[in-house]
Design a binder for this molecule. Sequence first.
Ligand code: ADP
Ligand code: MG
Length: 283
Amino acid sequence: MYTVYLEQEDSFLIRFEHVTYQYENAEAPALDDICLTVEKGEFLAIVGHNGSGKSTLAKHINGLLLPASGTVTVCGLDTKIEENILPIRQQVGMAFQNPDNQLVTTVVEEDVAFGPENLGIAPDEIRTRVDEALASVGMTAFAEKAVHHLSGGQKQRIAIAGILALRPEILVLDEATAMLDPMGRTELLETVRSLHDTGMTVIMVTQYMEETTGCDRIVVMNRGRIVGIGTPQEIFSKADLLSDSNLVPPEAVSIRDLLKQRGCDLPDDILTAKQLAEALCRS
Ligand code: ADP
Ligand code: MG
C-alpha cells in the first residue's frame, strides 16, 4: 500500500479540488467548492461552527462520502473509483466522538488486535503491531485490562491504538475529544501530538481552539466553505474572521490582546497560557 503513495511525484497526501456535496433534502450544500491540499506529515486542524461541514469534509477523506462534483485524491487515489475505496480506507484511520461506539471487545489488547485479525494478518505480526500501537498511545500497562474499566480518554486512546495497528498513513479525528473530561482531552492531545512527531499525517476536527495551537495549519469552515487557512498565529490574529465564523480564540490569545490594548509590550505569536506567562515574566 505504501508504494501507492511513493509512486506519486507530488508530496501531497490529500487533495480536494472544487469539491461540492449536498445531502438529500438539504437546502444548501454541506460542502461548497472546497479546495485543499494536505502534505505528508502535516498536522491540520479543522474548525468551524456546528453544521459548517467539518464532518462532511472528514468523511470525504476515506470515501465514506463521495463528492457530487469535484475530486478527492488520497494517496494518489481518486475516491470516486470503486476499486480505490479499500486501499484508501487502509491508509486513512478515522476516530469519532464516542469511544464506546469504536470498541468492539472486552479486553484492551483484543480490541487493538481486532482490525489486524480481520485482515488475516499472521499472529506474530499482530502481537508486534498491538504492542507497538499500545506503546504509541501510552497504554502498554493496560493491555490486559477490561475495556469497561477505562476512562473516556483511555478508551479513545485504545480506539486510536486499534487504528494504528492497521498501519494507516493518515489519522483523521472528528471531535475525538468532545466527550472527554479535561484530563482525558489533554492526554489524547498529547498522544496525537506524539504521533505527529513520529511522522503521521493528522487531520483533527475540533471545536476547542486551545487544541489547535500546536498544529501546522488551521482550516476555518463556515457554511460549507473554507473561509480561512493558515498557521495558528495567522488565524488567531484575524479577529474578524473568527467572529464572522462564530469562533472565539484561545483564552491566552484574548488575554494577550487585552494586555496589548492596555499598553503591555507582548509578542504577537503568543498562543498558550505557558507562552503568555513566560513573556509576562520576561517583560
Ligand atoms: P459539522 O461537522 O461542522 O457540525 P456537518 O458536516 O455534520 O457539520 O454538517 C454540515 C451540514 O450538513 C449541516 O447543515 C448539517 O445539518 C447537514 N447534514 C449533516 N449530516 C446530514 C445528513 N445525514 N442528512 C442531511 N443533512 C445533513
Ligand atoms: Mg461534526
